[in-house]
Design a binder for this molecule. Structure first.
Ligand code: ATP
Length: 334
């Protein structure tokens, strides 16, 4: 386990500032997820922690020790990438054992650790295969296994599931969550684009924007109490509805935000009325896209099967306790 502190951390590539002064503490044993728009610096931040990029300024501290100048192999980290980066000519066993061999571990010790990790990941029946004889999900488990055997104090994941199909993503996501518990809650830092991965895996999520931290909090804190319109719009799927102009003015704000599940369809007490212009039926849930005369249709999430046909005129009732009001700077109105 390791406690990681980033103190005014900065990274520039030439004249281009990518990481612009990040202060963040990652607790020992915590599962921290980095999210943010493409290009905001998520991977760069992970690579700074790993030691794969030089820090321009600021401090990186592991368990009280400044590690800015410590080489990657001495940091006690293991990294799992989107591309599995397995050695194609080596069997699964040798792929997993490789790092330990380099570190001159004994044969018995190597065998014990590889078998333990393989068992944990349920790939113990695949140890004699070559990577090309594995499915994508199995390959990614081997890559994770290779990281586990080195007994790292910090696990770094850079979009590890993005090459997998939908069903495998769900399964491997569960395995990563189980792994976090099984490994005595080793510290994990995980970069993703995927809302569901972020919400389900994270103890805390760090939302990055343009090289800076926008907000850090538990998934529920970010979902329920975003500290800016940016976080409100970024966390959650479907995206929070934003209404401006007279719709917001009626609530004394510049932009009114409301999530799709906090709007009810009802003529009685209707605050807005509009026409169903599109709908998506997910089986368990459905999303109505309702044109109420705002810039974009309002998305309303209902549970159960879709029963309202396109073109129907309906009334909408936003739940008063779940409104998010933002001022002209995009900050919450208090
Ligand atoms: P994505 O979600 O698209 O993977 P990201 O948030 O992980 O993006 P980074 O890969 O960290 O973003 O890149 C942040 C910025 O730094 C980008 O504008 C990128 O072009 C730039 N960048 C990254 N590596 C280098 C490099 N070696 N040299 C110059 N610029 C770089």
């Amino acid at each position: 386990m390791a406690r990681i502190e980033l103190k005014n951390l900065r990274k520039s590539f030439g004249a281009f500032d990518v990481i612009k002064g990040i202060d963040l503490e990652i607790r020992s044993g915590e599962f921290m997820v980095f999210v943010g728009p493409s290009g905001c610096g998520k991977s760069t931040l992970l690579r700074l922690i790993a030691g794969l990029e030089d820090i321009t300024s600021g401090d990186l501290v592991f368990d009280g020790e400044r590690v800015n100048n410590l080489v990657p192999s001495k940091r006690g980290i293991a990294m799992v990438f989107q591309s599995y980066a397995l050695y194609p000519h080596m069997k699964v066993y040798d792929n997993m054992a490789f790092g330990l061999k380099l570190a001159h571990a004994g044969e018995d010790e190597i065998r014990k650790r590889v078998l333990e990790a393989a068992k944990l990941l349920q790939i113990d029946h695949l140890l004699d295969r070559l990577p090309k004889q594995l499915s994508g999900g199995q390959r990614q488990r081997v890559a994770i296994g290779r990281a586990i055997v080195r007994d790292p104090r910090v696990f770094l994941f850079d979009e590890p599931l993005s090459n997998l199909d939908a069903a495998l993503r769900v399964q491997t996501r569960l395995e990563i969550a189980k792994l976090h518990h099984a490994m005595n809650n080793v510290t994990m830092i995980y970069v993703t684009h995927d809302q569901v991965e972020a919400m389900t895996l994270a103890d805390r999520i760090c939302v990055l924007r343009d090289g800076k931290v926008e907000q850090v909090g538990t998934p529920a804190e970010l979902y329920e109490s975003p500290n800016s319109i940016f976080v409100a719009g970024f966390i959650g799927s479907p995206k929070m509805n934003f209404l401006t102009g007279a719709f917001a003015g009626a609530y004394g704000c510049h932009t009114l935000g409301i999530r799709s599940e906090h709007i009810a369809v009802s003529e009685e007490g209707a605050v807005w009325s509009g026409t169903v212009v599109h709908a998506e039926d997910l089986g368990s849930d459905n999303y109505l896209f309702v044109d109420i005369g705002a810039t974009e249709p309002v998305i309303v999430r209902q549970s159960g099967k879709l029963t309202i046909p396109y073109g129907t005129k309906i009334g909408l009732v936003p739940s008063p306790e779940n409104l998010h009001r933002f001022d002209e700077r995009g900050l919450p109105v208090v």
